[in-house]
Design a protein around this ligand. Structure first.
Ligand SMILES: [Co+2]
Length: 467
């Protein structure tokens, strides 16, 4: 059986199983923030979150328009930029609308030209075509592509191994703060995921954009459900690159008891934007002890949360190694499935507007994409939970709900298998008859008004699978 990507579809959900013919997204390279005062913002992230100054460009280095302070913690790189002159409309307008926040998420790529060309062919807006920057330390190719809201993605390709501090044009930081080495270390090591909030009904088109233009695929994940259920409802699709080294959950508000936290973000941010950046650590307890000692503020969880957690863990298949009392004291949240667990905590907003915040996360064998495939029990319970929500909302009749479960199962499995297992999956579902492929199933699913990820793939998958 041969699978061919369907270029006619505007929602190429099934390119997930194809390794892109050329080019590669390697990892998150850095995140660029546009802020009113880059010097102070960078200092705040250093003092409170354990970063250290890495590189600088500004008036002293010949950068006359924009100043950039780059800070680093293990593999995490953040660049804070501000305008140096009156009348900088681009940065000015961005600040007026969004306040301080993320402007750009940069990826290290291979074959920048090809990736940009492909994105362009598939309808992406190219902010800046590939160009080469170089200095005495090496040469890099860079391009900029527009994504949701006013956010952009920079593609960075090392044409030769780059030996400089950060990128061409950057110099040593001007100042070494004597306070920083005296503070307890941050212990954060890499960017785990970056979440983009969208206005209502924009989640699916944005997720589709990543699949279509960047050849990302959907990654099934229950990450983040704690905070979201605690505050209000949301819908989320996680998109990721072929190797699953870059994870980008895309959220939109859902109707809940209270105003959705996503809606609040969208209101204060003036539209779509980066909601949070999750930073991975291998020791969250030490990290949070240290970051709290540095004066970082985190969201709190009530004691009742830990009482419920203790009860649930009694019957869980996994054992949380960390002391629950210690987690409770630090207000670290726990999420788990049959295979593993994750520990996470969220900062208060990093600026005055309730927009961007950070997450600290530690994973213990918790990667749901694979677990969902390997563990029918989890997959079934999650699918059923979603099924109940959908049918309650729709009041679908008996026949309809039956179809819906199947549509749901299909979607769930369709999006989850790691590369290489798809043929087995198709054989089991289509050929052995566990799943019906009659067109009206697809139609009834496609008519469903909830713009949820469950609904969309049905119609697309027909063309892709050729059944
Ligand atoms: Co998160």
């Amino acid at each position: 059986m041969r699978f061919v990507e369907n270029h006619n579809s505007t929602q190429c959900v099934c390119n997930i199983f194809f390794q892109p013919e050329r080019g590669r997204f390697v990892r998150f390279h850095h995140v660029t923030f546009w802020v009113g005062n880059a010097k102070q913002a960078a200092t705040f992230y250093c003092d409170k979150m354990g970063f250290e100054p890495l590189a600088y460009k500004g008036l002293e280095t010949g950068s006359r328009e924009v100043v950039s302070h780059v800070i680093k913690q293990d593999k995490i790189l953040f660049a804070f930029e501000s305008a140096l002159n009156p009348g900088n409309e681009e940065i000015g307008e961005h600040l007026k609308k969004h306040g301080d926040g993320v402007k750009d998420i940069a990826f290290q790529v291979e074959d920048c030209d090809f990736l940009v060309q492909k994105a362009k062919e598939r309808g992406a807006t190219i902010v800046r075509e590939p160009w080469v920057e170089e200095d005495g330390h090496g040469r890099v190719k860079i391009a900029v592509v527009q994504t949701y809201g006013d956010t952009t993605h920079t593609f960075i390709e090392y044409l030769v191994p780059y030996k400089g501090l950060f990128l061409p044009g950057y110099k040593e930081p001007l100042f070494k703060d004597p306070l920083l080495p005296k503070l307890p270390p941050g212990c954060l090591s890499f960017i785990d995921h970056i979440v983009g909030n969208q206005p209502d009904d924009n989640m699916v088109p944005v997720a589709d954009w990543y699949q279509k233009c960047l050849l990302f695929h959907r990654f099934w994940s229950v990450d983040d459900k704690q905070i979201h259920t605690q505050y209000s409802a949301l819908r989320s699709i996680v998109v990721t690159n072929y190797e699953e080294t870059i994870k980008m959950p895309i959220n939109e508000p859902a109707v809940g008891k209270k105003k959705s936290q996503i809606q609040e973000y969208v209101d204060y941010n003036g539209g779509a934007g980066v909601q949070h950046i999750a930073l991975n650590t291998s020791n969250i307890i030490q990290t949070i002890v240290n970051l709290r000692a540095r004066g970082m503020e985190f969201l709190s969880a009530p004691d009742s949360y830990y009482n419920t957690l203790r009860e649930k863990l009694k019957t869980a298949k996994i054992k949380v190694k960390e002391d629950i009392n210690k987690l409770q004291e630090l207000k670290i949240l726990v999420d788990f499935d049959d295979k593993g667990y994750l520990l996470q905590i969220f900062t208060k907003p990093m600026q005055d507007r309730p927009t961007l915040f950070l997450e600290v996360i530690q994973r213990n064998n918790h990667f749901v994409s694979l677990a969902a495939v390997q563990s029918p029990a989890i997959y079934k319970s999650q699918a059923l939970a979603r099924f109940r929500g959908a049918s309650a909302h729709q009041g679908m009749n008996g026949r309809g709900t039956g179809l819906w479960v199947k549509a749901l199962d299909f979607r769930f499995l369709c999006l989850s298998p790691p590369p290489g297992t798809l043929q087995t999956f198709i054989h089991k579902t289509f050929i052995k008859g566990h799943f019906s492929t009659r067109p009206h199933f697809a139609k009834s699913a496609a008519r469903h008004p909830i713009h949820s990820p469950e609904v969309q793939p049905m119609t697309n998958c027909y063309g892709h699978f050729g059944v």
